[in-house]
Design a protein around this ligand. Structure first.
Ligand SMILES: Nc1ncnc2c1ncn2[C@@H]1O[C@H](COP(=O)(O)OP(=O)(O)O)[C@@H](O)[C@H]1O
Ligand SMILES: [Mg+2]
Length: 578
């Protein structure tokens, strides 16, 4: 079946080639130069082109267009003023031209045209593998090799056939609207990232990708939904239209969890509420909030002393019960720290009283959080884990608890517990042959708040990013400031999808560790401000800019297969732009 489609595609591209020029120079290091045989405005930066060179095809991206002249005089003189129009036209045709600079990425041995039976038979005999994979370019096509725009078959050859299992259409090529797929299995095999300045379409694209992942259902998704965007229906900020949430479309597969008892999300009751137990709060969780709570460098010492006095499960409750500045009179009538005071404990434990009292006061913000309770009403954390293991997906909505403090504390604590569970399941699977763990994708917005340089060594997130998929857990990070994410984490991201970025450092961060960076930098900076993204990284065969798929009724019909009936001819024509 696949073989047939390959042949079909090959013929399709052979029968309708859109030739645009031929190779005139360049090389592997400095990109290929192509003499354009069309007016310059018909080709744009980022165009996906194919160079035909005998039995091989080379695939690349247009990264620059340059005006050239056989002699600078012809370019300098405005000869159309001096010569009759026809003559000027002829002269220009001979002397003035446009060159494309093409960044070559992949090469593929296509073999001879199947219609050339004799050669084709010899070639197939010598190539028992009928579906060769594209290779990274290692050589160059010869002078004058013809160059054409990639057709739908070429795009499918490189990025995968739409409709084939695991292939998910994420957007369309900019020139000719051919669908471009990402492979979802590859997407979840390493952590990945969605970037772009505010308003470029990150949240919309995330909805699209999550819908694809949920529909495909090979992995569980845990979404930390700081702004309550993904679960219930939302309203678009710029068009005021209703934006369906994942719960409306996947009612039984998606569970919405609200933070804190009785919390409502956009006026609706979640499936269940999440409360954290005091005994779950660990010193690491507090240290992570150093910047947020403006904690002193004495904090780790004080926390350590608390743990050695009360143990990891009791320290939080005990410290919470202590009073700052409480005094009693001793037998000599002298005022001394009361037994339930911070100072009393500090003196006994050999800890600096000022440091301990200072920390106790600063932690009031944590002690006052309504969703941290002595005994949660239900084992809601366990329920989240069971839902994820049992084939469901969880959206954790923060409701009104949308401060950075809430986000940092809850995401980190939950991620640590979930990772522990997955490490355990992985060990059981490897050593005792138990069921293989279900892959899990943890989705975090505003990722730089959790994965910045300062916190990188402390959060469970950076551990997950570095482990690749060893324990079946990966991240999907969404961020408008990728430069603030720790470089080591950035360079581990397999698939990167980036919208327009205005800041040099952000552009640099998104491209970190990738080949062809210089050429791609300009392309990223010149994307449309909305709904255009560059696909990059190990998860895609080669970089390519695409128009994002639209999140609309059509999307849902395509994804869930609920076509109202066969599409009418007029619909098809409308889609084709007539
Ligand atoms: N794929 C898309 N389909 C439909 N509308 C989109 C899409 N991408 C962006 N938009 C429009 O652009 C606006 C901003 O997108 P959004 O995802 O909220 O940006 P970001 O999360 O990057 O700030 C949305 O309100 C929506 O109207
Ligand atoms: Mg957003």
């Amino acid at each position: 079946m696949e073989d047939n489609s390959k042949i079909y595609n090959r013929q399709a591209t052979i029968s309708t080639p859109q030739y645009i020029g031929y190779i005139v120079g360049g090389g592997l290091k400095e990109n290929l130069r192509v003499r354009l045989t069309l007016p310059a405005q018909e080709i744009q930066e980022g165009g996906f082109v194919v160079v035909e060179s005998g039995d091989w095809l080379f695939y690349g991206l247009v990264v620059d267009l340059q005006l050239g002249a056989t002699d600078p005089r012809f370019a300098d003189e405005q000869s159309e003023m001096r010569l009759p129009a026809e003559l000027a036209g002829l002269l220009h045709g001979q002397t003035l031209f446009t060159n494309l600079e093409v960044l070559p990425s992949l090469m593929l041995e296509r073999g001879p045209d199947p219609s050339d039976k004799a050669r084709y038979t010899v070639w197939t005999a010598a190539h028992p593998n009928p579906n060769p994979n594209p290779l990274p370019v290692k050589t160059v096509p010869p002078h004058h090799a013809p160059v054409r725009l990639a057709g739908p078959g070429d795009v499918a050859e490189i990025f995968g056939q739409p409709g084939k299992e695991g292939n998910f259409v994420i957007g369309y090529t900019r020139e000719q609207n051919h669908p471009v797929c990402i492979n979802l299995d590859k997407f979840i095999q390493r952590s990945s990232g969605i970037f772009g300045a505010t308003g470029t379409g990150k949240s919309f694209l995330t909805r699209i990708i999550l819908s694809g992942l949920i529909q495909y259902n090979r992995s569980a998704c845990l979404i930390f939904d700081m702004h309550n965007e993904y679960g219930f229906d939302d309203t678009s900020s710029d068009t005021n239209q209703r934006v369906p949430g994942l719960k409306s479309k996947f009612a039984s597969r998606v569970r919405i969890v609200g933070l804190g008892r009785g919390g409502k999300i956009r006026g609706q009751a979640p499936d269940f509420n999440l409360e954290l137990a005091e005994r779950d709060i660990q010193p690491e969780d507090i240290e992570l909030l150093t910047r947020e709570l403006n904690l002193k460098e004495t904090t780790p010492t004080t926390l350590e002393a608390l743990v050695s006095s009360f143990g990891r499960e009791r320290w939080f409750a005990e410290f919470k019960a202590m009073k700052v500045g409480a005094l009693v009179e001793d037998e000599n009538g002298k005022r001394v720290p009361a037994p339930d005071s911070v100072a009393f404990w500090a003196n006994q434990s050999g800890v600096n009283v000022m440091a301990a009292e200072g920390l106790r006061s600063k932690l009031n913000r944590i002690f006052d959080l309504p969703y941290i309770v002595e005994k949660p009403a239900a084992d809601s954390l366990g329920e989240v884990i069971r839902a994820l293991e049992g084939g469901q997906h969880v959206v954790l909505s923060f409701g009104d608890h949308d401060h950075d403090l809430d986000y940092l504390l809850v995401t980190n604590l939950l991620t640590r517990r979930i990772r522990e569970a997955w490490v355990q399941r992985t060990d059981d699977f490897r050593t005792r042959g138990e069921k293989e763990p279900r892959p899990l994708v943890i989705v975090v917005e505003e990722a730089h708040k959790l994965l910045n340089r300062e916190m990188a060594s402390q959060t469970s997130f950076s551990t997950i990013a570095r482990e690749l998929r060893k324990y079946y857990v990966t991240l999907l990070v969404i961020d408008q400031r990728p430069s603030q994410i720790y470089d080591e984490v950035m360079s581990q991201l397999g698939t990167r999808v980036s919208g327009w970025l205005g800041d040099e450092d952000d552009v640099h961060a998104v491209l970190s560790g990738l080949a062809g960076r210089d050429a791609l930098r300009g392309m990223l900076a010149r994307l449309q401000p909305k709904e255009e993204v560059l696909l990059l990284g190990w998860g895609v065969p080669m970089p390519i800019p695409v128009c994002s798929r639209r999140y609309d009724e059509r999307f849902w019909e395509d994804l869930l297969g609920r076509h109202p009936g066969p599409r009418s001819e007029s619909d098809v024509l409308k889609e084709l732009g007539f």
